[in-house]
Write a protein that binds this ligand. Structure first.
Ligand code: SF4
Ligand SMILES: [Zn+2]
Length: 450
């Protein structure tokens, strides 16, 4: 498939673009300024990548040919880099939108500690979902980009304004293509728990809207076609539109979602703009029925859930036949936790707010966290479910001793039991097993002076 440009002489000189298949037959026609959306849509329908910097497409603003970096304007017109970085932000449905000028594509990540990935690629800066507990705007990457956020989308307080700004990285697939195909290619380090996986995304939802999904599709295609395994984490159902690509990538790609609870009221208070948990479940269900390998992240499970609540959550998770269920209890460290309590109060859920608030007492938190970890492991055994990969917090290790601490440490060290690109899955470590029969049995191993 290739894009041909042809000068047409109909009185005026006009240029038109045609997409041709490998036999030279025209399969699609464009105007003289094809939009980014039209081109990405053509790629998707023809199931082939177009490298937009090699096609002689003119900038919709200054008409110079796009040969390097590019982005779209608010109406989707393709702009050269000079025009893109001098365009003001627009506001769409209450979200300030512009272009992210940063250069990074794939970045290394500490998420190998959770056995999620070794690298991350974010298709945007900011996230429409604006979850109340999101740690992303407090990360050092955002601290160093204060000025940029202010200049590009007028952000004064990146945390308070989280969910109301979004900077797309439209040309990441093209830049990644160059990195993967020139010189010695992209050299990515690999750890035994991260296994060289690139995650989309740790700092934004890769399928939060059509434009982000178009970038994600190109990125997944580039990575998996160069043998690099990918983990997609999204709350959005748009991901099902890429089922063709996900199936083609086989077990080199895993798609998962976060479902901390099916309690609509609480989830809605904490993740106000994200699709509800049932929609996320249905999205994964559609994908797994098609044959895509899926995973679930029950992260973090709420203190409002008792043993029966976790049982119900796990039963639904298991019904999706995931390759793994990741689980972690909530951690009440930091400003984000207070924002969660406030969000629950604002939503009139004062009982739930009190339950969360109680976790600020270290004794209460340690007991809750240990019980949740234990119940989830116990229930999955009873239900003969898929492996549950638990993420005990480091502070939980500090608050325990003896065998209990050793077992929690082993859980933290173990690799997740998934297999990527036909490699043998790691043994599901014995570490991931119930911690105790009854809490009284291990109380003497708890020292919550943290
Ligand atoms: S979806 Fe993820 S990145 Fe987006 S706001 Fe929620 S937690 Fe943050
Ligand atoms: Zn231009």
């Amino acid at each position: 498939m290739r894009l041909e440009s042809v000068w047409e002489t109909d009185g005026d000189f006009n240029r038109a673009f045609y997409l041709e298949d490998s036999s030279g037959e025209v399969i699609r026609e464009f105007e003289d300024y094809p939009t980014l959306d039209q081109l990405r849509n053509a790629e998707k329908q023809e199931q082939e990548r177009l490298i937009l910097t090699n096609l002689g497409i003119p900038c919709a603003n200054c008409t110079s040919e796009i040969t390097d970096r590019f982005a779209a304007d608010p109406r989707g017109n393709l702009l050269c880099w000079d025009c893109a970085v001098t365009t003001d932000h627009s506001t769409e449905a209450g979200i300030r939108v512009n272009t992210d000028p940063s250069e990074a594509t794939v970045s290394s990540s500490q998420l190998h500690k959770k056995s999620l990935c070794d690298h991350v690629l974010n298709v945007a800066t900011g996230c429409r979902h604006g979850c109340k507990f999101c740690y992303v705007p407090t990360t050092p990457g955002y601290e160093t980009r204060k000025k940029l956020l202010n200049k590009q989308v007028g952000v004064d307080d990146r945390q308070q304004e989280w969910g109301s700004y979004l900077l797309y990285r439209d040309d990441v697939p093209e830049r990644l293509h160059t990195e993967l195909t020139t010189g010695s290619g992209l050299q990515l380090e690999e750890t035994n728990r991260g296994r060289g996986v690139v995650m989309l995304s740790s700092g934004t939802d890769p399928y939060q809207d059509r434009r982000a999904a178009q970038i994600s599709r190109g990125v997944i295609h580039e990575l998996t076609s160069h043998g690099i395994p990918v983990r997609v984490l999204t709350r959005s159902s748009i991901v099902v539109q890429d089922v063709d690509l996900l199936l083609e990538a086989g077990d080199a790609v895993k798609v998962g979602t976060s479902i901390p609870s099916f309690d609509r009221e609480i989830v809605n208070a904490l993740e106000p703009s994200a699709p509800p948990p049932l929609t996320r479940w249905q999205t994964l269900d559609m994908l797994q029925l098609e044959g895509v390998s899926v995973f679930i992240s029950m992260s973090p499970t709420y203190p409002t859930m008792d043993e029966h609540g976790l049982h119900r959550l796990l039963t639904r998770a298991i019904a999706l036949r995931p390759s793994v269920v990741f689980h972690e209890p909530i951690n009440p460290r930091g400003q984000n936790f207070e924002m969660m309590v406030e969000a629950l109060e604002d939503a009139g859920l004062s009982d739930a707010a009190n339950e969360f608030h109680r976790l600020q007492d270290p004794h209460e938190w340690v007991e809750y966290a240990l019980k949740h970890l234990n119940w989830v492991q116990q229930k999955t055994r009873e239900l003969d479910g898929p492996p549950v990969h638990s993420w005990p917090d480091r502070d939980l290790l500090k608050a325990t001793k003896g065998e209990l601490r050793d077992q929690l440490a082993a859980m933290r060290r173990a690799p997740s039991p998934e297999s990527f690109t036909e490699e043998q899955p790691p043994e599901h470590a014995e570490a991931h097993s119930p911690l105790f029969e009854s809490y009284e049995e291990i109380e003497h191993l708890v020292v919550p002076e943290i």
